[in-house]
Design a protein around this ligand. Structure first.
Ligand code: PA5
Length: 463
């Protein structure tokens, strides 16, 4: 496994002192990054946070693989019902290991497709159901809390859809639940109806759960090599505990991002993969970085309103959509390119020439070379325009590198949280909207929020 981090274009020597951080800033604060690693390590050792342990849970991995082997061949579709951290990891893995949906090989019992029901748009859910055969679908309902309104609503529809076609008993055999062991109504229902159930540890939050049952059960069902994913993640975990920042990519990247945010006001980070297979990971990262670091209070209870807004962009596609803004709009962004050094297939452009000037420099070259040239050209152009940018380079796009990269980004997020002095593992800001929704949908015990919502509405109408 080989992943590199190149921060040179974040430096003032490349993008000027107004926008770039200085080498002396980096060395002056290196001690803080090391402290962040130590603090976080202590919290993990105390059992407060669990994601670093996930790649080493070989007994659990075997149980996912055994279950997948026991049902293999009986379905051509894995239907994940979940949202946020309970859905995005499965998407990142599927996109990373098989490519984005439109270009995946035809699905079959040997190569089951992944359908993720996250949003409760009725048109989307209806269309998804119409596209699946209940006799050939295995449903994975995933919710740590066991109570997320979107997941519960979609699951009640899918459960009924299965039961109508297969009968309630057979339907229950086609459902696997992933949830907390001790709490939540999904656990109660799963036990009552006899679903195969896997648990995620209490100390692993949704957005850090891709390498728990949350991501690995769908991955095992789709036939991915989850052992290789975890092998890469385990190697990255070992690096992420190192004191030496040259070896600890996650801490080094966190330090650079934190300095760009706090010293040069780069309040937006554009995750800019130049590989379609990392598009799912970019969306997974958006949640990880936003929900973990966007906080009102620091650990001491001071009001801080910190965070760096993550944006997902795809190269080269977004050169023709976003780069005008990135080059000439507000200089408030740090760009992080994600590249792959050795694509599986370089994509040779046929040698035949056309006799036309705008075309004849390309024959005989490769798409990989063009993609690489475009990425380096964009980085150089941004640098000239004093727009700070850095690059992660994965040697290859395979299970080991993907597992390592996901783990790297999780560690980077945890360390950035330590540097910011905030709790990267809670999400109090999403609660109020959820409670208003419960009140609007008539859930018991949320009357107070119904009254608050009505008062807000009244205020709006009187304006
Ligand atoms: O990261 C998180 O904790 C959240 O984004 C959750 O994953 C999301 O809200 C879904 O929660 P649950 O798994 O309980 O349905």
């Amino acid at each position: 496994m080989a992943i590199k981090f190149d921060p040179v274009n974040l430096m003032d020597s490349m993008v000027g002192s107004g926008h770039g951080i200085s080498a002396s800033d980096v060395s002056r604060h290196a001690g803080q990054a090391k402290e962040a690693v130590k603090n976080f390590h202590k919290l993990v050792d105390e059992g407060k946070y669990g994601f670093p342990h996930l790649p080493f849970q070989t007994k659990e991995h075997k149980s996912y693989l055994d279950f997948a082997a026991s049902v293999r061949g009986s379905f051509d579709t894995v239907c994940v019902v979940g949202i946020g951290g309970s859905a995005l990891g499965a998407w990142a893995l599927d996109c990373g290991l098989r490519g984005p949906h439109p270009v995946q090989a035809a699905f079959s019992p040997k190569n089951p497709r992944l359908v993720i029901l996250d949003n409760v748009d009725p048109d989307f859910i209806g269309g998804a159901l119409a596209s699946m055969n209940p006799k050939k679908t295995l449903v994975a309902v995933i919710a740590k809390s066991g109570a997320t309104a979107e997941t519960v609503a979609a699951f009640l529809i899918v459960r009924e859809w299965l039961a109508q076609k297969l009968g309630a008993n057979k339907a229950a055999q086609r459902i696997v639940a992933v949830t907390s062991a001790g709490t939540g109504d999904l656990k109660v229902l799963a036990t009552k109806e006899g679903y195969q159930t896997f648990h995620l540890p209490d100390n692993v939050g949704g957005r850090f759960s891709v390498l728990s049952a949350v991501g690995l059960v769908p991955a095992a069902l789709c036939g991915f090599d989850i052992r290789k994913l975890c092998k890469g993640a385990a190697a990255m975990t070992a690096l992420s505990w190192k004191e030496d920042l040259a070896a600890n990519l996650a801490a080094n990247a966190a330090l650079h991002q934190w300095l760009s945010l706090t010293q040069r006001a780069k309040t937006i980070q554009v995750a800019f993969p130049y590989v379609n297979r990392l598009w799912g990971t970019a969306f997974w990262f958006r949640q990880l970085w936003a929900e973990s670091l966007g906080k009102k209070y620091d650990r001491q209870g001071n009001t801080v309103h910190v965070g760096q807004t993550p944006i997902a962009a795809l190269g080269t596609t977004d050169q023709h959509s976003q780069v005008q803004l990135y080059m000439e709009g507000p200089n408030d962004k740090a760009f992080t390119f994600w590249t792959v050094r050795k694509p599986a297939d370089p994509g040779r452009i046929p040698k035949t020439k056309t006799g036309l000037e705008a075309m004849d420099y390309l024959p005989g070259q490769t798409l990989a070379k063009l993609l690489d040239a475009e990425q380096r050209a964009t980085a150089a152009a941004l640098t000239e325009a004093q727009r700070p940018n850095s690059t992660f380079t994965l040697d290859r796009m395979d299970a080991e590198h993907l597992g390592a990269f996901l783990q790297l980004l999780e560690f980077e997020t945890a360390f950035a949280g330590e540097l910011l002095g905030i709790d990267a593992f809670d999400q109090p800001g999403v609660e109020l909207g959820k409670r208003f929704t419960f009140a609007l949908m008539g859930r018991k015990g949320f009357g107070e929020y119904g009254d608050r919502f009505k008062a807000d509405e009244k205020l709006r109408q009187n304006r």
